[in-house]
Design a protein around this ligand. Structure first.
Ligand code: MN
Length: 215
């Protein structure tokens, strides 16, 4: 087979403690999965069925650099536990992820009933730490994000409205899940805008830490 032009390189993520790489397939994301964040976004706390959106897999970057995107003046950080799926829908491991969001474009999309692609699925919008192999269903663990040394987001995995196993089951009703898929599981309260030069330090107990600089 001869390609008419070279294919894009496959996207892979580092796996903590090994030189092997995780072949990334799709990036799914869960919206509104911590009540305190639901409330800060103007919603009502409760347990509605989870809703999903996605990002292109080449939005995942692991080099610790987030280039501030064009077309927005209000880009927010959302620190999230990321579940990485292996063969047979097993849990391969977990990562610390940042679901960067053009909040101004998202607010406009919500108002006009439009899709979230430009607010959520832009280039470099899904920085991820190396994946820590761990096959259990995580049920607790502190999750935090500091910006320039100041704590901005604090929560615990135990406060997720929909648990890791429930998210995988519900998502699998809508999509054919495959090895290499990852799922961002929602963000706790405290989202706020980033600026060029900001240094972000994210941590999830039992998974690891992840440093990202906004350039
Ligand atoms: Mn999010």
């Amino acid at each position: 087979m001869t390609l008419v032009f070279p294919a894009q390189d496959p996207v892979t993520l580092a796996v903590a403690g090994t030189a092997n790489r995780f072949p990334l397939h799709r990036i799914y994301c869960v919206g509104r999965n911590y009540n305190e964040h639901v409330v800060e976004m103007g919603g009502v706390a409760g347990r509605e069925p989870p809703f999903f959106f996605s990002k292109p897999n080449d939005a995942a970057v692991g080099n610790g650099v987030f280039p501030y995107p064009p077309m927005s003046k209000d880009v927010h950080h959302e620190v999230e536990l990321v579940v990485a799926l292996g063969p047979g829908l097993s849990i391969f491991g977990y990562a610390v992820g940042l679901d960067f969001t053009r909040r101004d474009l998202q607010a406009e999309a919500k108002k006009l009933g439009r899709a979230w692609d430009t607010s959520k699925a832009f280039d470099f919008s899904a920085p991820m730490s190396p994946i820590t192999p761990r096959s259990d269903v995580m049920k607790k663990g502190a999750i935090t994000l500091d910006v320039n040394g100041t704590r901005r987001q604090t929560g615990d995995i135990a406060a997720m409205i929909w648990g890791v196993d429930e998210i995988i089951a519900e998502l699998g009703r809508y999509f054919i899940l495959k090895p290499g898929d990852v799922i961002f599981t929602g963000t706790p309260a405290g989202v706020s805008a980033v600026q060029k030069g900001d240094r972000l330090h994210a941590a999830i107990e039992g998974v690891g830490t992840f440093d990202v600089t906004v350039t």
